[in-house]
Design a protein around this ligand. Structure first.
Ligand code: HZT
Ligand code: MN
Ligand code: MN
Length: 425
């Protein structure tokens, strides 16, 4: 007998992604141990005893292609980082009543946290690959594709049931948010660029909204550190009954405790005063509440059960953004007025938007992927009629640099869950 092919599986039992099966190789090594391959045909020594069949543990490929339901066959997706509530709410962690409320939430398919956790795990796996792959010299369109292919595969994109949560944000330098390349974009990532990578993943309308910043030049490391710390402060100070205006003050305080030296000049890190975090509702990226980054008098409180995107932006410029450049991001308004549309093309485009995206945000590339072409007139009409909202790129002054870090958190009855937390940020 010559071959030492692992025999625990019949050929038709080999999973389609066998190459990704980490333990397949391990078992090969075990059975291919030196004594089993003795030249003199003393292959008898080969372990014959069947070990209790190891569950073949599937591992993610690179680039990521394996759907998360395959990697988590029991259907339970990992919890994010847990943080206990503070002060008056510290009782919640062990409260019998709150623990009961949470069990009920988990059992209710409308409420369960499992959907957002699946979205968050997709986010972690895709960004891990994005972080190690994105390099100066790549075109913005390539970067968008590598991220979006990963999301579509891992979340097992399926109509409005699961897919991309919003267009991949790839804003550069003084632009802080809402730039994604349109088709034909020729921009190439440069060595000195500061890139905000904002990825959205949804499962049954539960959107994981999380972003990080990349630099390849150490000059702006302090800027990134400041913004990461400010977001961590926002996450740490968030809680049930916390007032949004006060939370903004803590974020501001952290951000302003940093400065960054650029070409021998010391610059303060300013929180961008007209950007904010926000609640997230099912299929609605903006649920209605906003968390500004500068102390204010908003007395609105965070509430039990809410989902928040805690995001902060720091800038070496004015600390204020304006709309600038070609629009890529759009979303049908949730409370769109009913306007009879005279333009046939606009009517048809709206139908396609409803079918493909509902109220989730999308970008021009996604429309084209859905088969639309020469849609700009119709699209502009839907915007002017108040049916579709456009989200132009948001930029500080030219020459400045901006950074962003963002996490999605759940205000569970007993604890706060930072669903999108990973080992990177
Ligand atoms: C709008 C359109 C999108 C929500 C925040 C954000 C990226 O600035 C109230 C507060 C995607 C997201 C959004 F395509 N925006 N998070 N991640 N952008 S926002 C906003 O419009 S509205 C913040
Ligand atoms: Mn975001
Ligand atoms: Mn957000």
């Amino acid at each position: 007998m010559i071959a030492t092919v692992p025999t625990e599986k019949k050929p038709d039992e080999v999973p389609p992604a066998a190459a990704a099966d980490g333990e397949e190789d391990e078992e090969m090594e075990e059975e291919g141990a030196p004594e089993a391959q003795g030249a003199g045909g003393e292959g008898k020594k080969k372990k014959k005893k069947k070990k209790p069949k190891k569950k073949s543990k599937l591992e993610q490929t690179e680039p990521p292609t394996i759907g998360l339901t395959k990697l988590f066959p029991d259907g339970n997706f990992p919890e994010g980082e847990l943080q206990e509530y503070k002060d008056d709410n510290s009782y919640r962690t062990n409260s019998e009543e709150k623990r009961y409320d949470e069990r009920m939430a988990m059992e209710d398919p409308e409420v369960t946290y499992n959907n957002i956790r699946r979205a968050a795990e997709v986010h972690r796996q895709v960004r891990k690959y994005a972080r190690k792959t994105i390099r100066p010299g790549m075109r913005m369109l390539e970067i968008a594709d590598l991220i979006e292919n990963g999301v579509r595969n891992l979340v097992e994109e399926n109509g409005l049931e699961s897919g991309i949560g919003f267009p991949t944000g790839l804003s550069l330098n003084h632009c802080a948010a809402h730039y994604s390349p349109n088709s034909g974009d020729t921009i190439v990532l440069g060595e000195k660029d500061v890139l905000k990578v904002d990825i959205g993943v949804h499962v049954k309308g539960r959107i994981c909204d999380s972003a990080f910043t990349l630099t390849f030049d150490p000059t702006y490391e302090k800027l990134l550190e400041a913004v990461k710390a400010a977001t961590d402060t926002g996450v740490r100070e968030a809680g049930i009954d916390v007032r949004l205006g006060e939370l903004a003050g803590y974020i501001q305080e952290t951000m302003e405790s940093y400065e960054v030296e650029v070409n021998g000049k010391v610059l303060p890190v300013k929180p961008i005063e007209n950007l904010s975090g926000h609640t997230i509702a099912p299929y609605q990226i903006h649920g209605g509440k906003s968390v500004l980054l500068v102390k204010n008098d908003d007395p609105t409180k965070m509430e039990e059960g809410e989902y928040f995107a805690i995001e902060t932006f720091g800038s070496t410029g004015r600390g204020k953004v304006i709309e600038q450049g070609e629009v890529s991001h759009y979303a049908r308004k949730v409370d769109a007025p009913h306007v009879p549309l005279r333009l046939t093309s606009a009517k048809a485009l709206l139908k396609s938007i409803n079918k493909n995206f509902g109220t989730l945000p999308w970008c021009r590339r996604y429309l084209e992927r859905a088969g639309e072409s020469k849609y700009l007139l119709a699209l502009n009409h839907l915007v002017s009629q108040g049916i579709v909202q456009d989200y132009p790129p948001l930029c500080d002054v030219r020459g400045s640099m901006t950074a962003q870090f963002e996490h999605t958190i759940l205000l569970r009855p007993t604890r706060k869950e930072v669903v999108s937390r990973g080992d990177d940020y």
